[in-house]
Design a protein around this ligand. Structure first.
Ligand code: FAD
Length: 421
């Protein structure tokens, strides 16, 4: 008996329920990844290429391989299953409209070909759809979801298989070329040590330090969580002694759960806004380029351009500034994030953007973050700003947050595009 395990956003061998069960029960297992031309990896292509190379190496160490194909994942999985005379196609369940349409195609094609099709957990801690509020269709607000999530029994972790036995005669196929080296190395074996170190040295300090912009004291595990190089369940179990940290993983599950229940979240307002957006293209472009003249906003945007990552506090500030202060549509911001972030994720990206724009799940939709006050609080010495806004590098202390008050003019740096500052 042969099982095809279709990989997607679960690029690991550890705690992979579909892979573990296939290896425990079937004679042969064919791990497959299909490069889907419809899925534009944008700034993530290099990171993805490293994740795939790492997964292939881990599977080869176990006697197997990662078979790589190009095309529609559903069609390719079924075609390959027929080629090797497999009896089943298994995958980890995902949440977006795109992924669920693919799962439906797979289910239909498998049925036609008399293949068993099964979906397994693994992309979130608690599977979306598992927690349902009494009397409601899905959780719309975080706090009740968090209470239910923290109180539910999580599944047990599963071990990485010791051996993966590939069916004979399968051409492995070429991995994609990394067009550009990513800012951080991709792959499960590369992140393992990073995760262990962070849990040992960073976790204790998380509640006090996660908003410290210059200190950079968050885990930076988000790209690995996005591609599934880290099991969110394993991370939640290992980090469970710090509630504040586990709460962040619950936010991730929450947005996956909301996306599962309301897949239009990636394009349509979760709650109607009732006002027009500002369509001034120059304003949006200044924001993208980190040239708004508000140093804390520009520092965040330039960190994004340089590293493919931005600190969460900075994400909140730049998102509030774009949508609330400048009045620009959150989709403009979310699209730019999706272009550049290594961790860009439909659920987390659109969920957080809508939350900040006041069209989402926030219970205080009119909240506006004052960028200067935020800067003084979370970057009091101006270190974060100086790290990314080089025009301000030679100005000491927190005064960099308001360059228009400096006695010495700043060369090459614009004045604020908004009067509010
Ligand atoms: P840590 O603080 O170490 O947290 C651990 C993990 O918890 C993160 O890796 C992430 O998976 C999860 N997490 C933390 N905060 C959130 C949150 N607010 N919502 C959902 N999950 C969270 N995160 C993404 O993974 N992809 C995105 O595309 C994304 N877009 C965002 C857009 C905006 C406007 C905002 C405000 C936030 C966005 N976030 C997104 C959430 C958050 O900023 C990042 O997950 C976090 O900064 C990643 O850094 P870290 O791994 O060091 O996080």
């Amino acid at each position: 008996e042969t099982v095809v395990v279709l990989f997607n956003r679960d690029l690991r061998v550890g705690d992979h329920p579909a892979l573990a069960e296939a290896c425990a029960g079937a004679r042969h297992v064919l791990p497959l990844f299909v490069l889907d031309p419809g899925m534009d990896a944008r700034g993530r292509a290099g990171f993805l290429a490293e994740c795939l190379a790492d997964l292939r190496a881990s599977l080869r160490d176990r006697g197997g391989d990662l078979v790589v194909r190009r095309g529609d994942p559903a069609a390719e999985a079924v075609r390959l299953a027929r080629e090797v005379n497999a009896s089943a196609v298994w995958a980890s369940a995902d949440v977006t409209a795109y992924a669920r349409a693919r799962e439906r195609r797979l289910a239909r094609d498998c049925e036609r070909e008399r293949l068993e099709f099964r979906l397994f957990p693994g992309v979130t801690v608690v599977p979306p759809g598992r927690l349902i509020p009494t009397g409601g269709d899905h959780y719309k607000v975080f706090t009740p979801y968090w209470r239910a999530w923290a109180g539910t029994r999580w599944r047990e972790l599963v071990e990485a298989p010791e051996r993966v036995s590939l069916p004979p005669g399968v051409e492995p196929g070429e991995l994609p070329e990394a067009e550009r080296e990513p800012y951080v190395p991709g792959g499960e074996s590369r992140v393992r040590r990073r995760m262990e170190l962070w849990l040992r040295h960073g976790l204790e300090d998380y509640a006090a330090g996660h908003d410290d912009l210059a200190g950079d004291r968050t885990s930076r595990l988000s790209p690995y969580l996005h591609f599934g190089c880290v099991s969110p369940l394993e991370l939640a179990r290992l980090g469970s002694r710090n509630e504040e940290f586990v709460r962040q993983l619950c936010w991730r599950d929450f947005y996956h759960q909301v996306t599962y229940a309301f897949p239009e979240i990636s394009r349509r307002d979760y709650r109607p806004r009732g006002r027009d957006w500002n369509e001034d293209k120059d304003v949006a472009q200044a924001w993208r380029e980190g040239m708004t003249g508000i140093p804390i906003v520009d520092a965040g945007m330039r960190q994004l351009a340089a590293e493919g990552w931005m600190h969460n506090r900075a994400r909140l500030i730049v998102a509030s500034y774009l949508t609330k202060t400048l009045g620009v549509d959150w989709r403009v911001g979310a699209d730019h994030f999706a272009d550049l972030l290594l961790d860009a994720d439909v659920a987390n990206n659109c969920g957080n953007w809508q939350w900040m724009a006041g069209t989402g799940n926030d219970t205080r939709p009119n909240r506006v973050l004052n960028p200067i006050r935020q800067a003084r609080k979370f970057d009091p010495e101006g270190e974060y700003v100086r790290r990314y806004v080089l025009e301000l590098q030679s100005y000491p202390g927190g005064a960099v947050h308001e360059p228009w008050r400096l006695s010495r003019p700043v060369r090459g740096y614009p004045s604020p595009i908004t009067a509010q500052a």
